[in-house]
Structures are given as structure tokens and as C-alpha cells.
Design a protein around this ligand. Sequence first.
Ligand SMILES: [Fe+2]
Length: 286
Amino acid sequence: MELLSTLSISQLKPFGAKLTNVDLDSLEQRDRIRNLLFENGVLIIPADGAKAGNRPIYDEESLLQLAGIFGKLENSHPVIKSKDTDVRVQLLDTMGNTGIPANSFLFHSDMSWRINPSLATVFSANILPSSGGNTCFQNANLMYRNLSPELKNKLHSMSAIHSLKEGYSRGNQPDEVKSDIASTHPVVIKHPETDVPLLYVNENFTVKLVGMCEQESAELMKCIFEEASNPDQILSHSWTVGDVVVCDNLGVQHLAKADYKEFRRMYRLVVHDSNLRLKPYVGVDK
Ligand SMILES: [Fe+2]
């Protein structure tokens, strides 16, 4: 028991941190874990590396306790279904007879189509294919810093429209999304916790740059993604059943690789702040 009072942290490459000896009942650890998320972007907690009371970290109650460190939880999603036992635990089902195609997603920030996108996402692997299905993460601050000075300057004053309906129809979903939710956000935002600049356009849900015609917008977005993305800066997590991963949903973009054929089920808990509004980044580059 004494051993578990000391949180163990190992830095991952190219970013992120792995946590072991996690004890969710420790108030001191809970504060530390909150800070670690915003310092590192991604926290990986192996199935056997944590507990909450006598429960394992991947237990439903533990997942709720972990997600609660970061704020309030969503209790519904327009497309993704929830567990019968608790609506705050969403089911990301892909492949098999009941799941959506694995290639339904491009790199994205969860719910960027909403006026208050989610702050953090907790994932846990429940059923995995025999191989493949890694989740990949890109750091949005690094994505911004990869841009040329000319492009940074151009983007500082721009906004972009993000759409649920267009995002999911791009994503090869079998059932058409009936009604849309769309929001406009600055292209470069200030992280609400750390103040660092973040690139806040994504290939999945961002549909258009404001003030440009369709073609101009599509060409500039292609240019942004080419400059911002660097394969050497992607963190790729290979799952074991029961692993839990927390990601800073504004500071990091993510997608699951579509390189598997069997059924895959992830649990997802989404943290939000109803008062959050994304602010443009103005100031000296960090
Ligand atoms: Fe997602």
C-alpha cells in the first residue's frame, strides 16, 4: 500500500507520460495528475499500474473518478452511443457486425464542432483486435511551431468553421448524421490552462476557413496540414485491454489507425466546461 502513495512518472517520446503507482483516492495524486495532463498532453496508465480503492483503473467507477479530476462529464453525444449502465461512458465500436468502419476518422480534436469543445478525453481499451488499432497523437503546440513564420502570421487573424455533420460524413459513417452542429473557432488558439499557442484546425471536422472561397480555403488547409504534421512527432500507443489513456483534447489531436479488421470497443469519457470559449492566440510565440 505504501508503494502506491508515490506516483511514478516516465516521460515518453516524442511527448506524453506514462503513470504507474496511481492511486485515485489520493488527493495529492489527483492534483498532480491534473497538472501532468496539461504539461504532457497525453497520460498513459497501464491496466496494472493503477487502482482506485480496491478497484482496477479500467473499472467503470474508476474511469468516472479519473475523468472527474478534469471537470464535468458529457452524458450524451449526437452520434456515439453510451453504456447502458452509465450514459457518461461512451462506446466507440468499430468493425465487426455492429461497429462503424475503422477508417471513419482523420486526425481530430473531439467535438471541435461545438462552441465549447471538450477539454479532455479518457479512453480505455475494452475489446481489441488481435493486432493494429494503435491510437496516434499529435501535439497541437508542436503543429503550430512547425508552421513557417509567414503562415503563422497569416493564420493569427483567421477563424475556421467546424461541423459535426460534414465531419462524420467525411468519416465514412454508415448512417447519415441527420442534423448539424457547427461552430467557428480561431485557427490559432491560446490553451486555456497553459496559454501556449495551439493549431486548432483538424482534418476531420474543420470544413472551411472564414472569408475564403471553397477552393482557397481547401488549398490553404492542405498547406497547413502539410507544414504542421511531422511523422517523427507522433506518439503511437499500442493498446492492451484495460489500458487507460487521458488526452488533453485541445492541446493534442488524435486518431486510431484503421489497420485492423476485427471488432474493437473502446470506452470514452469526455470532459467539458460549458463556459469555455476558445480565445485567439496573440502574443510572442512560445
Ligand atoms: Fe476522437
